[in-house]
Design a protein around this ligand. Structure first.
Ligand code: SF4
Length: 235
């Protein structure tokens, strides 16, 4: 319904918060959903998703939902199905060139995104083309499955010692800087030679200029997160 669709973009922040809460609940329920079988859940969940989202967003069940990157305005309502819009044919007043009675979904998307947390950043990200093979399937289950499995595999990697948590945290804290220069927060394994001597207090300008009382805690942190430095630190 068109008026409900416009209501959703006007209240995009509220829908974003609600969606985030629901997503976290579903991710926490992943073990149970897994037991029940995602295959078995696909049809009933897709039916509920289609009913609720078609009422709220005029959803076309593309199976690859991008609402949280498009200010809660569904891009599949664009007559050209443009996933990275607007197309350039926006008319006066923000109306669509194909359907003059309808506001351009991308004008609405921009309005909605400006109300959301990181909405304007997310709308700037180029979306891949739609995979039509996924039409009709549940985006909700796909997202939950992906995120939960990613979390689990990360945990497994940590348990197996394949991931350096300190490095991962740093990389996650500076995603944009890392995108431009991965070397500022590297994830790759460091050769021993690259780490040599770095934990020796006397050899870093940072340590010499700070209060010596901090040295113990700094060293402890370094040694905990990078056991390979212990040798250099104890010299
Ligand atoms: S992006 Fe796809 S799944 Fe999301 S509301 Fe639009 S048609 Fe539905």
């Amino acid at each position: 319904m068109y008026s409900v669709r416009l209501f959703c973009t006007r209240n995009a922040a509220l829908f974003e918060k609600t969606y985030n809460v629901l997503e976290n609940v579903f991710i926490a329920l992943h073990p149970l959903l897994n037991k029940l079988g995602y295959n078995r859940l696909e049809k009933p969940v897709a039916t509920i998703e289609a009913l609720s989202k078609s009422f709220l967003f005029d959803c076309k069940m593309c199976g690859q939902c991008v609402l949280s990157s498009t200010g809660m305005s569904c891009p599949m309502n664009c007559p050209k199905n443009v996933r990275n819009g607007p197309c350039g044919g926006v008319r006066d007043g923000g109306f669509c060139e194909v359907n003059s009675q309808m506001r351009c979904v991308w004008v609405e998307a921009w309005n909605g995104a400006s109300k959301m947390k990181s909405g304007l950043e997310r709308i700037s990200v180029v979306q891949p083309p739609v995979n039509r093979e996924l039409a009709g399937s549940s985006s909700w289950l796909r997202v939950v499955r992906e995120k939960a499995e990613l979390k689990l595999s990360l945990k497994q990697q940590v348990a197996q010692g394949d991931v350096d948590l300190a490095k991962t945290e740093m990389a996650n804290a500076f995603p944009d800087a890392r995108k431009n220069h991965p070397s500022v927060a590297p994830l790759a394994n460091e050769p021993q030679a690259a780490l040599a001597e770095q934990a020796v207090v006397e050899q870093t300008s940072v340590h010499t200029s700070v209060d010596r009382s901090l040295d113990a805690s700094v060293n402890t942190t370094l040694h905990t997160s990078a056991p390979s430095l212990q040798k250099g630190g104890s010299k």
